[in-house]
Ligand binder design. Structure first.
Ligand code: HEC
Length: 358
């Protein structure tokens, strides 16, 4: 009966701990997967932010270019930075104000180039106006721009990717410049019609500033996740710890109860035996008393009889003590105070040896 109980006692906490291990494994996996997933979301968010920035720059270019084209080009004073555009073949490219200031016509592409130079100095954005059929040879596309322009011919309206330029990470985005009515003033003789892809502008956004934000976000996320992981793991461990303690306490209580029940049986029997023994001892005592009275005090047997009486009295004292113990024991039950029979017996033995016959 006891053996299977003991195995339960020993195996239950073990099974709980292996369950805890499984829970922690699943929790770790969940934390890891969601962390990887969220960092991916943050990373693609970074690229998307850079893409939006590039798109905005492109749209601004298109708007001011459209404004310029709507005037058929604009005039600006000729300076070292703004010499006449040799590729602009038009009447009245240079004009002179009545005061004698020389002005030159700035076509949209020329303006775009100058704006891009300014932009690179101020925000680090690179811009490049290009075409598969460039009027100005320096406007020819690089390989990346060429494949984008080819895709625009197939009907795509935006191409973007992360690229390394001069050892720096950039988001490159390119969209087509579509021939509008205003463009035909200068580009009609190349054979372009309204709606044709005249070329495109590629914008390169440095990724470094975006990556600083990305790193900060990932760090925050990681800290939150580490905190979550630790909370989960310690929660599980604490939970299992208290559960095992609870179970152990219950088993201990059950074990104590069993011991008690056993002890109670033993005590009951001891009580009965003591009861049975006290009667004959009383008889021995009574009879030896009578014998002592009958014998002369100096009779050699009276000394022996005295010794017998002494020992019988000790026996009955012991029996009385034992009866007391058994009563005490049954009263204490079931609060859990277990009587140490061993100790009780030892004390008793000690007292017996003390009073041993000389
Ligand atoms: C005032 C004349 C003029 C107008 C208007 C004009 N362009 Fe141009 N465009 C030029 C000249 C000249 C060049 C080549 C030299 C340069 O880069 O300035 C050029 C260059 C370009 C380029 C760069 C590729 C190349 O051929 O070198 C593109 C793309 C372009 N134009 C598109 C347009 C579009 C689209 C419009 C209408 C919104 C337009 N242009 C209106 C004169 C004009």
């Amino acid at each position: 009966m006891e053996k299977p109980d003991n195995t339960i006692n020993r195996h239950k906490p073990l099974r709980l701990w292996s369950n805890a291990f499984a829970i922690i494994c699943i929790w770790t996996l969940f934390i890891l997967v969601s962390w990887i997933w969220l960092t991916q979301v943050i990373r693609s968010g970074t690229v998307e932010t850079a893409r939006i920035e590039a798109r905005t720059a492109f749209r601004n270019d298109v708007i001011y270019r459209r404004w310029n084209a709507s005037h058929g080009g604009l005039y600006a004073p000729v300076t070292a930075e703004t010499p006449p555009n040799p590729y602009l073949k038009t009447d009245h490219r240079e004009i002179q104000t009545p005061e004698g200031i020389l002005l030159t016509k700035i076509n949209p592409a020329y303006m775009t180039r100058q704006v891009h130079e300014l932009a690179e100095k101020t925000s680090g954005h690179k811009g490049h106006i290009t075409s598969l059929n460039p009027i100005r040879p320096q406007n020819a596309p690089d390989p990346w721009e060429r494949q984008a322009l080819n895709r625009f011919e197939q009907g795509e309206t935006e191409v973007s990717s992360i690229e390394i330029l001069d050892n720096t990470k950039y988001l490159r985005l390119m969209s087509p410049l579509i021939t509008e009515k205003g463009c035909l003033t200068c580009h009609a003789d190349q054979g372009y019609k309204i709606g044709d892809v005249r070329g495109g502008i590629s914008i390169s956004i440095p990724m470094a500033p975006h990556e600083i934000i990305e790193r900060a976000n990932i760090t925050t996320l990681s800290l939150i996740y580490i905190f979550l992981w630790i909370t989960g793991v310690s929660g599980t461990l604490l939970g299992i710890f208290f559960l095992t303690r609870q179970i152990q306490k219950r088993h201990q209580a059950e074990e104590q109860l069993r011991q008690h029940e056993k002890l109670e049986g033993v005590m009951e029997m001891a009580g009965a035996v003591c009861h049975e023994l006290s009667q004959p001892l009383q008889t021995i005592l009574g009879n030896s008393e009578i014998m002592l009275l009958d014998l002369a005090p100096d009779h050699p047997l009276s000394k022996r009889l005295n010794k017998i009486q002494e020992q019988v009295e000790r026996m009955s004292k012991t029996i009385q003590n034992l009866i007391k113990i058994t009563r005490y024991e049954t009263k204490q039950f079931p609060q859990g105070r277990v009587i140490d029979i061993d100790r009780a017996t030892k004390e008793h033995n000690a007292s017996t040896t003390d009073n041993a016959p000389k």
